[in-house]
Design a protein around this ligand. Sequence first.
Ligand code: FES
Length: 264
Amino acid sequence: MGTAAKSGKPVKLTIDGVKVTVPEGTSVMRAAAEAGLQIPKLCATDSLDAFGSCRLCVVEIEGRRGTPASCTTPVHPGMVVHTHSDKVRRIRKGVMELYISDHPLDCLTCAANGDCELQDMAGAVGLRDVRYQAPEKAPLANHFSARDTSGVANPEWLPKDDSNPYFSYDPSKCIVCSRCVRACEEVQGTFALTIQGRGFDSRVSPGAAGDDFLSSDCVSCGACVQACPTATLQEKSVIEMGTPERSVVTTCAYCGVGCSFKAE
Ligand code: FES
């Protein structure tokens, strides 16, 4: 959710008419959350460094041109921020429309239905109709060796990678928010994932072209699966049995890192 400064000079600002005081270096998004104001987001999380890629969290700041991402913008004394002006609502809706234009519309049969941040954010920004359609894509030769292409919206150009025994990777559902790539680096320190390609052709890749998850440097820690806001990276147990009705967060005592895991 952007930077959370633990100490530093107190900074006073106003967000949506609410006066907030947070430590210097805190992000606008975090300051808004401190004030009980939620700003829509997709690429920001509490546990990863701010990245500013999804542009859903844009805000207006009085005296400043443009609409900066609140997750990467630090607070300044006297700042006056508007998080839900007509302009930012319109921008967010347009951004979300572009995401959905390139996403399969199979929510009712998707394993993440009801537990999907993309679905939640589409509702939060009030998206009802999508005017755009992604261009036809050419097949990707040997992007990686897919072993299971069943159930993929368009397996010709976005084959599913089912090689890992614990989770599957369905690139047709990826919004390229990079949360999985950052979780792999920042949480696990493995650097197994990267983003390849540009624009509509950009996608998460486990190493060089031709690699699948099983033959990559992936250690199956599951950090990427936990970080994914859609059903792109999905535990196979969830695909088989559905989303758990309740979950607990537990801390692994195996090593000194202290990773937390959600389990049914
Ligand atoms: Fe700020 Fe994605 S949440 S740009």
